[in-house]
Ligand binder design. Structure first.
Ligand code: GLC
Ligand code: GLC
Length: 816
């Protein structure tokens, strides 16, 4: 059982202690418009705003786990050639450490008494990244060495860059001025931007041609220029432009030298494009390098990265939490992951190529749920952007492009869960901020741009869409799929080159129904009724209550299978996820959403549904499989769900995202032990064996192979998953139980009986609440007393404090 690193909680860092992790362990840089991904060996790439249209550095695919391109430093010292991050040379180091922090990564490698430290970060509001480099002589002798930097440039449009060599091998253009390399491919024609890669210290050489630096028959593991100890000051004409600097150093015993490399995306704006024919106007580039030549400016920029995160995280911090993995996730890493998913949706990671998927309608709405406390204004804008891609009849584009904010015709529409998620994100925003004016924002509709439709209209359009589109059992039609993208009950796809999701309906019409959407509708309707009550519109609330009652009746009369909720009805109205099925008898999503929506509360079914999950889907330390038994053959009438090998992805893999809903279910039942046990079963920080789990121990992965697979416990597709938002909701609002409500902050923890207590600091609507929870009687749930600034109050919602109050002290005692 090998161990590759540990958490440094005080620094909010994950410390990787050996470079050969089971998979590349990734971190993100940047949270405004400039983004980078960086692994423990300095692999990864950078882009501005849109990983497809403004890719700055190149990453050659299909590159997981090889992770072969990145932001490399090479050291040539005597005969030896090495990288502080171990790769690409893989020369054995005397010491290695990588610290992934929030918005930065610090890699330190040592060999033969020389230590090189590379700190990479993106300063707030800047379109650039800085690598602060320190070289230390730890020996008693003077050390002479050459340090080389290396990146490979991408021709901005990443798909073309990767596929259209007949063109791209002839277009590459660069310029060199002083210590700076300018990558300006296509600048003469329609681009008004370039990439700058500069060094803040004088250099002793450079290369911009890959063939010159790496060598035609060499690899990044043995680049020609580094082996020779000398760059050849090459200028790239076509082929593959790179940026490499050479810095010769002579360090006295104990001496060190610090300088920086800056990689920047520069938009020329209104400046004249050229100084002379073929000569770029470099005013902006020079200004950037000058600014960061001052090491104080570098350090101040780094300090502001750290400070920004401390400010963000101070909005929700828990202390004295008896579960260490839970504390780590809720206080630090889960919030970092929430930031990444909010910014990048499912576009750019070690598994998402940055050229495929835009912002998902359902995905982005759910991402808001875990993000809204951090930057509510950005959440507000996101909600409005998403809603504007909905059509006037309620249909939603499944994805939209972040640069244009327009619905993506390729991904199409007809995923019938999509409309309802908008209600959840909107209500979450209003609960957090109390700001209901968002409802009046006029955003129009995708099919009638400029129309007077407000966000509130969109919520009603969504409700109406689900009510209108129902099937033979009265349940909502599923369309192309619901949350489970792979439950394609109308597609009947029989050709390998078709997309499961968007292939034309080859069935007998659109009659397949989703019980999960029915449950989601119940949840959304309750949310919306609550919102109308907050707005003091009781008639509207009652109208929605009526819709709720009607759907609840249908769920209970049509979708109970005897011991759990049926998942769906297929195009022949046969049940999916039922005891009558040979495989796929029990599904997780319908248990989750029927329970969350309030079904089964009065007739004992909610408890039974969760017990079915426990019996058929859950395994300690692994989590819940999506369904049971896994499909062993392809079912034309079910689609992609039955295409995966058993135990992976949507065919009975542990799909972390849907597990979180079950965690909430257990807290609703007051089962604190179960809720925490389940939470920890998928928690990356609680995985004991890195070699089995393989993915990053500090962020959730979309999927872990289940007990029904040959590789149980092996995770894939880390970082960009809806699990991030939902698990933060679980930990912060349902386990620790500090939950924003329309009328104030509600305190409703659900914890193991053995917990003696914990505390939470929560900034909410301008007030800092210090909440101390005590559990003297060993209960799981139920607030016995709530004392607010010394005054006992009824119920478990903290009353809105008097205007001008900035701090409130809350004492909570659990008990019946
Ligand atoms: C992926 C998709 C998400 C979907 C899930 C289940 O994570 O991004 O939209 O709900 O798979 O199929
Ligand atoms: C596949 C994946 C699913 C994902 C979808 C996105 O169906 O299995 O997880 O949501 O592709 O298009």
């Amino acid at each position: 059982m090998a161990n590759y690193g540990h958490f440094d909680d005080a620094q909010r860092e994950f410390v990787i202690t050996r470079p050969d992790t089971p998979l590349p362990w990734l971190n993100y840089l940047g949270q405004d418009e400039y983004f980078g991904m960086v692994t423990q060996t300095a692999g990864g790439y950078s882009f501005w705003k849109d990983a497809k249209l403004r890719r700055l550095t190149r990453y050659r695919y299909n590159n997981n786990p090889m992770d072969n391109d990145g932001r490399f430093l090479y050291v040539k010292q005597g005969k030896s050639v090495w990288n502080p991050g171990w790769k690409p040379t893989r020369t054995k180091l005397d010491a290695f450490e990588c610290r992934h922090g929030l918005g930065y990564t610090r890699i330190k490698g040592r060999k033969d008494g020389v230590e090189v430290e590379q700190l990479m970060f993106v300063p707030p509001q800047e379109n650039l990244e800085v690598w602060k480099v320190t070289v230390r002589n730890k020996t008693k002798k003077t050390q002479k060495l050459s340090l080389f930097s290396y990146v490979e440039f991408c021709f901005f449009e990443a798909l073309n860059d990767m596929t259209n060599y007949q063109r791209t091998y002839s277009i590459g253009e660069v310029e060199i001025e002083g210590n700076a390399i300018y990558h300006k491919t296509e600048y003469r024609e329609r681009r008004n931007h370039y990439t700058l890669f500069g060094c803040t210290r004088d250099i002793d050489g450079y290369d911009t041609s890959r063939d010159a630096f790496v060598g035609v028959h060499n690899s990044l593991g043995d680049p020609k220029a580094v082996l020779a100890g000398k760059c050849s000051n090459s200028r790239a004409y076509g082929w593959n432009p790179v940026g490499a600097h050479q810095v010769n150093l002579s360090l006295k015993p104990g001496a060190e030298e610090t300088f920086a490399f800056v990689l920047a995306y520069v938009e020329q704006g209104d400046l004249p494009k050229f100084d002379a024919p073929f000569v770029l106007n470099k005013t902006k580039g020079r200004e950037i390098l000058k600014r960061f030549s001052d090491l104080k400016a570098v350090d101040a920029a780094f300090a502001s990265v750290k400070q920004r995160w401390e400010d963000l995280l101070s909005i929700y911090q828990a202390a004295n939490v008896p579960s260490v993995p839970l504390a780590r996730m809720v206080n630090t890493w889960n919030q970092a992951q929430v930031m990444a998913t909010f910014n990048l949706s499912r576009s750019t990671s070690g598994y998402e190529t940055g050229i495929g998927r835009g912002m998902g309608y359902r995905d982005s709405n759910q991402d808001v749920l875990g993000f809204v406390h951090l930057l509510p204004d950005r959440a507000r804008q996101r909600i409005l952007d998403i809603a504007a891609t909905q059509l006037s009849d309620g249909t939603c584009y499944h994805q939209y492009q972040p640069l244009t904010k327009k619905g993506n015709a390729d991904a199409g529409s007809g995923f019938n869960d999509d409309p309802l998620w908008l209600i959840l994100s909107t209500c979450a925003y209003i609960r957090e901020t109390g700001d209901a004016t968002i409802l009046d924002a006029q955003i129009g509709c995708a099919d009638i741009p400029g129309s007077k439709h407000t966000l509130r209209d969109h919520l009603e359009i969504s409700v109406a869409y689900t009510r209108r589109n129902r099937g033979p059992h009265g349940l909502p039609l599923i369309g192309r799929a619901d949350w489970n993208d792979c439950l394609n009950l109308n597609c009947f796809s029989d050709q390998p080159n078709e997309s499961f999701q968007t292939t034309a309906n080859k069935g007998k019409g659109d009659v397949a129904e989703s019980v999960m959407i029915a449950g989601l509708f119940l949840y959304a309707a309750r949310d919306l009724a609550g919102l109308y009550r907050y707005l003091k519109q009781e008639d509207e609330a009652k109208r929605i209550d009526g819709y709720y009652a009607e759907m609840l009746e249908i769920v209970e009369s049509q979708a109970w299978d005897g011991a759990w909720y049926t998942r769906a009805f297929d195009a022949f109205s046969k049940p999916v996820g039922s005891k009558v099925c040979k495989e796929g008898k029990v599904y997780i999503e319908s248990q989750a959403w029927c329970v969350l929506g309030g079904a089964g509360q009065t007739n004992g079914r909610a408890k039974k549904a969760l017990q079915a999950v426990d019996k058929y889907l859950y395994r300690p330390g692994l989590g819940c499989a999506l369904q049971y038994p896994a499909y062993s053959e392809y079912h034309l009438e079910l689609g992609e769900v039955s295409s995966y090998p058993p135990g992976y992805k949507e065919n009975a893999g542990v799909f972390s995202h849907n597990n979180t809903w079950i965690h909430i279910g257990w807290t609703m039942m007051g089962e604190g032990e179960k809720a925490l046990e389940y939470y920890l079963s998928i928690c990356p920080a609680a995985k004991p064996d890195h070699d089995v789990y393989r993915s990053e121990p500090y962020v959730y992965a979309q999927m872990t192979a289940s007990h029904l697979s040959p590789t149980p416990g092996e995770a894939k597709n880390s970082w960009l998953t809806g699990t991030a938002a939902w698990s933060f909701v679980v930990a912060s609002q349902y386990l620790l139980g500090v939950r924003p409500d329309f009328n104030g902050l509600t305190i409703d923890p659900c914890v193991p009986k053995a917990w003696k207590g914990f505390s939470v600091t929560r900034k909410f609507r301008g007030v800092t609440y210090t909440i101390e929870v005590k559990n003297p009687k060993g209960r799981s749930k139920g607030v016995k007393s709530l004392v607010v600034d010394g005054v006992k109050v009824a119920g478990n919602t903290i009353p809105v404090p008097a205007a001008g109050t900035t701090a409130v002290k809350v004492e909570v005692t659990l008990g019946a």
